[in-house]
Design a protein around this ligand. Structure first.
Ligand SMILES: Cc1cc2nc3c(=O)[nH]c(=O)nc-3n(C[C@H](O)[C@H](O)[C@H](O)COP(=O)(O)O)c2cc1C
Length: 181
């Protein structure tokens, strides 16, 4: 798929067909997402994937702060991806000092880029995704064991789309850009 088409036509998908996503296909998506840029190529993003209905329902019912959209989305998804980030690495030197005034904040920046790359690659492969930020990460960690040294950055629901939503309105380039002389 052409890149601009993929970027513009990817939508957040919250309704999914009752159909499993083959692991080979998901691995292809993750391999593509691994080509996302990262601070000094630190590659701090990881993906914990569950297809276990019981765990997914526990997250839907107990970990999304009661946000209805996320409850319904997670209950219908084929898989839930818990995107994690290795803490305190991106933006930092090996001796533990911060390279720039942003310190370790670059980690969440990198993980955002990786997550969007994941969603674009998934769209290219005919899969639907939605990034979810409304959840309680401590509660998610009680359901899904998060490896030592990592923290939950975002949840992504994944599956074959069962809807074709219209694009929410976007700002124009003129509204977004300021050219500085
Ligand atoms: C960091 C982040 C957090 C988000 N959190 C949620 C969420 O908790 N639930 C949800 O349904 N959508 C969530 N979204 C999806 C946005 O609502 C969506 O991207 C936006 O409305 C634009 O729609 P589009 O993705 O179809 O272009 C989130 C998106 C981002 C990038």
């Amino acid at each position: 798929m052409e890149a601009i088409k993929c970027i513009k036509e990817r939508r957040s998908i919250r309704k999914f067909q009752d159909k499993k996503v083959p692991h080979e296909l998901l691995n292809e998506v993750i391999e593509a997402a691994a080509f996302a840029p990262s601070w000094k190529n630190t590659q701090v993003t990881r993906y914990l994937v569950t297809e276990d209905r019981e765990k997914m329902n526990k997250i839907a019912d107990g970990c999304v702060l009661g946000f209805e959209y996320n409850i319904d989305t997670i209950r219908k998804a084929a898989a839930l991806v818990i995107v994690t980030m290795i803490k305190g690495r991106s933006g930092m030197e090996r001796d533990g000092s911060a390279t720039t005034p942003k310190g370790a904040d670059w980690g969440i920046f990198d993980t955002g880029i990786a997550t969007q790359t994941f969603c674009l690659a998934a769209h290219d492969k005919g899969l639907g995704t939605v990034i979810m930020g409304i959840f309680d990460e401590n509660k998610v960690s009680e359901v899904i064991p998060v490896p030592e040294g990592q923290q939950v950055a975002a949840l992504v629901a994944l599956g074959y789309p069962d809807e074709e939503p219209k694009a929410p309105k976007r700002k124009s380039a003129e509204e977004l850009v300021t050219y500085i002389d």
